[in-house]
Ligand binder design. Structure first.
Ligand code: GLU
Length: 488
């Protein structure tokens, strides 16, 4: 590549950052990093009614949280700004005025009602709704009359007839459009604000964007944009359109399929590295079988050539698996910090735990870390560390306790626990060893009854650590309560 790589992410601030948007941002980010290029972030807010500063903030916050820092753009600065379209209106003016002068665009006085009636008539005939060119060839006198009537025109681009427009898409290959299927389209609305299709061209050209990498939903906009580049004689970037993301039932990913915004995952305690890893594999396939990638490995391996033309399927189970892998590897300190707000909110831990409590919690989380798909789940796993009574026994646990030796093991363990001088792992281990020898049981028959006596279940965190962290009093109380219930 001789031209400097410059790519951009250009969200419309009309809602939160979604999975699809974050993936587009990531592919751009990876492409920039891989080729030593620039990653630019700018805001496309020409849809004045739906754009808000709050959405803008949320999107940028989520991008940062995911670790996609940008080299240039909104808040990062650069010499090709401003980076918010609403602040660039003065830059667009000259370009659309030039198109008007060169008759490559014209003022259109049609009202929304007239346009809708036209579209409806076409739909009825089974044709594609499009603009048929009512204002295309108005005489100067007609225009003057309409202006005098106080009508404010929009500006429409005059689509050249009979042209074949070929998009050489870096992912999809050649995609052909015919200009005759595209009606003259609005480039500036009657309030003077350019439309997306126009502003995006001027922005990409002035910002010297080399590759436009975006979602497939924009592919049908591309021929329109290419016509504008040509009409203004601007250098065209290369295009790459990433396939849609589908839910598991193969319909377009939507709220029905689970959380769609990055913020929702963040709020549940997904780790940013895991989400990034997951997003990278939504449509891009590495050469080998590897699934877990560090960021630098992703940069190393990424190429547009391995981005698939077919849609990607969003698989929540896979995301959960991936996140659980990242959680297991994470520093317990970090998981504790992330877990704390959920535990406080659910009332398990007080707002500002003492250093001792925090230390205890850290040991607890480092145990539970093995079982978490996402950090918020800690709320459902932590109850085992609280309370002096076993509330419930699973059917499998009850089955196990029918074995003759099971009750004996629990009784003996309780007695020995009372005698223990120090509550440390080696001492607890030797208690188990002694009981095993005495009763002639080992393995599961030795450990599982104690687990059931403490938790009512055959599953749960590592037993030795559980005993240690529950503390002597709680262990004795629980075993006592369990024996009462089981023998009663
Ligand atoms: N603002 C558009 C969106 O949020 C992006 C358009 C583009 O990348 O060209 O979908």
């Amino acid at each position: 590549m001789n031209q400097k790589v410059r790519v951009r992410f250009a969200p419309s601030p009309t809602g939160p950052l979604h999975i699809g948007g974050a993936r587009s941002a990531l592919f751009n980010w990876l492409f920039a990093r891989k080729h030593g290029g620039d990653f630019v972030v700018r805001i496309e807010d020409t849809d004045v009614e739906r754009s808000t500063l709050v959405s803008e903030e949320v999107i940028l916050e989520d991008l940062k949280w995911l670790g996609m820092t940008w080299d240039e753009g909104i808040y990062a600065g650069g010499n090709k700004g401003p980076y918010r379209q609403s602040e660039r209106l003065y830059l667009y003016d000259g370009y659309w005025k030039r198109l008007l002068e060169e008759k490559k665009a014209y003022p259109c006085y049609c009202t929304e009602e007239e346009l809708e009636a036209e579209r409806e008539a076409l739909r009825k005939k089974g044709e594609m709704p499009r603009y048929l060119g009512r204002c295309r060839d108005l005489s100067p006198e007609d225009r003057e009359r309409l202006e005098r009537e106080g009508k404010k025109p929009a500006v429409r681009f005059r689509v050249p007839p009979g042209e074949v427009i070929q998009v050489e898409d870096l992912i999809r290959g050649r995609v052909v459009f015919e200009s005759d299927g595209i009606g003259d389209f609005v480039i500036v609305k009657s309030d003077g604000i350019p439309t997306y299709n126009f502003a995006v061209v001027i922005d990409d050209a002035l910002m010297e964007i080399s590759h436009v990498i975006r979602g497939e939903e924009h592919l049908s906009n591309t021929p329109r944009q290419m016509m504008i580049y040509k009409a203004l004689d601007l250098d065209m970037p290369q295009f790459a359109h990433i396939s849609l993301i589908l839910g598991e039932d193969r319909s377009k990913m939507s709220k029905r399929h689970g959380a769609t915004s990055i913020k929702q995952y963040r709020d549940k305690g997904y780790l940013p590295q895991a989400l990034l890893n997951f997003l990278a594999l939504l449509g891009w396939a590495p050469e080998g079988e590897q699934e877990l990638f560090t960021l630098s490995e992703l940069v190393e391996e990424f190429s547009l050539g391995r981005v698939s033309k077919s849609p990607a399927v969003f698989n929540l189970k896979k995301l959960n698996w991936m996140n659980s892998e990242y959680i297991k590897k994470e520093d317990p300190e970090n998981i504790t910090r992330l877990a704390l707000p959920y535990l406080v909110k659910a009332g398990w831990i007080q707002q500002d735990p003492s250093p001792d409590q925090y230390d205890w919690l850290k040991q607890v989380t480092s145990l539970l870390q093995e079982q978490l798909d996402y950090v918020e789940e800690v709320v459902h796993l932590i109850p085992v560390f609280f309370g002096d009574r076993v509330e419930e026994f699973t059917p499998e646990a009850l089955e196990l306790m029918k074995e003759e030796s099971s009750i004996q093991v629990v009784e003996r363990f309780k007695e020995e626990a009372l005698q223990l001088e120090e509550w440390e792992t080696p001492a607890i281990k030797s208690v188990f060893k002694g009981i095993g020898k005495e009763l002639g049981v080992g393995g599961k028959k030795l450990f599982q009854p104690v687990r059931v006596g403490l938790t009512g279940s055959l599953q749960g965190p590592d037993l030795q650590s559980l005993i240690l962290l529950l503390g002597r009093d709680r262990v004795i109380n629980r075993l006592g309560s369990a024996l009462e219930q089981l023998k009663g």
